[in-house]
Ligand binder design. Structure first.
Ligand SMILES: C[S@@+](CC[C@H](N)C(=O)[O-])C[C@H]1O[C@@H](n2cnc3c(N)ncnc32)[C@H](O)[C@@H]1O
Length: 491
């Protein structure tokens, strides 16, 4: 390690910034997070720096650099100056043992600026010795995602609570276990779910319980977490954090390894998905697993595809857990209907075309789902069907019988957002045929009554596909059938 990372106390100390452009402003913005005394030397400055000077947050000396500017400086930044002047200032500063940083000139620097994750007072500095700034930025955003936005407030609150904890909990294991619960357990959860610290009953209860010794009762909890449609980049920040914190992850079969990679390596994983040729656990079995793990005091994540409250049995699991007094948290995920549409650039609502979008399931426990087919078949309706592939024949028949226009457009997205995503478009009158001919097995969303904006449409080649030739966006590789622009379809 060439550069040693330390955290400097610069409160009320003079920091010199030579330069008044955007690069200098970036440094000033960062330094203003501390109570440092900033002096900017430059004939001209950006409007932002001028405003900082006007309101007294920095001092601006509107002239060229002079050697005496270094007097009393604890740190020097040089930004946007000529090579010769930068080198000169760097040498002067180093002769006086003042740490100096020349923007984008590693050779002239005696200290480097790290990428910073700021959850004041919790601060994480990331450095690569200047070898890989892009890597540093990526690490920063990954860590940003893992840390709750209010982590700093939690740390400050810990500081406030310290005297009481010192009075009421003996030093050693008991106190360590209290702080563990504080930062990683019920107190932390209560803190983040309250809007204000003062007057928050849940938080006070959690603290009292821990302090009075009930805290040793490490009751587990379950988070029903939506994992989105499959692309790990569509995991929410909260879902990522929950995965990092979980002792046990109970997941569906469709949750891929790339998503499970976000979990701690030592977290137990329980696959409760349905798989061909294997006896899959019933919903009752899954509820039992969740309850048993939570009762053991574990932090459990029940990881579900899409969103847990959309055809995800989230409500049933929540009810079973709450019946046993287990704390349940719901972390929403991007549901497949939204994600698949975005992936193939198919708008879900379009002004002047559809004012609502219905989501519905094609399958129930008892087979094909029944719906108000008359209402769905009415002109102007748009809907996204989940779990509809197996019952496509039934859906098509019911809709046609209810009077839907046979040429109503249909778009099917299979394995949306995953590397093997496929998009096929057809008309409702050809739905069943298309699914069979294209060997669509699912998981897939079937959109009915939606089409791409005309700007996206191009004439499709005269394929030998079943049905008709349909225009489709150039960006979509695989598609299918009909005879004329979708915008012209008549009901
Ligand atoms: C049991 S439901 C779960 C829905 C999930 N809770 C959600 O919000 O997306 C399973 C259905 O979701 C849809 N689905 C899930 N992942 C999908 C994907 N990657 N591409 C297309 N459809 C998907 C399919 O209709 C599949 O049959």
């Amino acid at each position: 390690m060439k550069h040693f990372p330390i955290f400097l106390d610069l409160e009320h100390q003079k920091t010199l910034v030579v330069g008044g452009g955007e690069a200098a402003a970036q440094k000033v913005r960062l330094m203003l997070k501390t109570a440092v005394a900033i002096v900017v030397i430059s004939e001209r400055v950006t409007p932002e720096l001028a405003e900082f000077a006007r309101i007294g947050r920095i001092a601006w000396v509107a002239r060229k650099f002079q050697e005496s500017d270094l007097d009393g400086s604890r740190l020097v930044f040089v930004a946007g100056q000529s090579g010769q002047l930068s080198e000169h200032i760097s040498q002067l500063a180093q002769t006086r043992n003042i740490p100096v940083n020349v923007v984008d000139q590693a050779a002239l620097c005696s200290f480097l600026m790290p990428a910073i994750v700021d959850r004041d007072p919790v601060t994480i500095a990331i450095g690569t010795e200047g070898t890989a700034p892009v890597l540093a930025r990526r690490l920063k955003s990954t860590i940003e995602g893992l840390l709750p936005p209010r982590l700093g407030e939690l740390a400050r609150f810990a500081q406030e609570l310290r005297p009481r904890v010192a009075r009421e909990i003996p030093e050693g294991v008991a106190r360590r276990s209290f702080w563990d619960a504080f930062f990683f357990g019920k107190i932390r959860d209560a803190f983040f779910s309250e809007n204000t610290v003062n007057g928050s009953a849940g938080l006070s209860r959690a603290i009292d319980a821990e302090i009075s010794g009930h805290g040793t009762d490490r009751g587990g909890s379950v988070a029903l977490v939506g994992a989105g449609p499959g692309d790990p980049e569509l995991l929410t920040l909260k879902a990522q954090r929950k995965l990092q914190e979980a002792d046990v992850i109970v997941h569906d079969r469709l949750i891929g390894p790339a998503i499970l990679d976000y979990a701690r390596r030592d977290a137990e994983r329980i696959d409760v998905g349905k798989a061909p040729g294997r006896l899959s656990p019933s919903q009752h079995d899954i509820n039992r697993i969740l309850i048993d793990q939570a009762v053991l005091g574990k932090t459990v994540v029940r990881l579900k595809g899409g969103d847990p409250y959309i055809f995800g049995r989230g409500a049933e699991e929540q009810a079973a857990l709450e019946e046993h007094g287990i704390t349940v948290e719901i972390v929403p995920g991007i549901t497949s209907a939204a994600a698949c549409a975005a992936s193939v650039k198919l708008p879900l609502t379009t002004r002047g075309r559809n004012r609502s979008l219905t989501i519905l399931t094609g399958t129930t426990q008892n087979g094909a789902a029944d719906h108000d087919w008359q209402a769905l078949a009415a002109p102007g309706q748009a809907f996204a069907i989940y779990m509809g592939v197996a019952n496509a024949c039934h859906l098509q028949q019911e809709l046609l019988t209810a009077g839907i226009a046979p040429r109503t457009p249909v778009v099917i997205v299979e394995n949306g957002t995953l590397p093997n995503e496929r998009c096929v478009s057809t008309r409702i009158q050809h739905l069943k045929r298309t699914i069979r001919a294209e060997r669509i097995k699912g998981p897939a969303i079937i959109y009915v009554g939606l089409s791409w904006p005309s700007a996206h449409q191009v004439s499709a080649p005269d394929t030998q596909s079943i049905g008709e030739i349909i225009p489709f966006p150039t960006s979509i590789q695989q598609t299918y059938a009909t005879d004329g622009p979708l915008k012209e379809f008549a009901r």
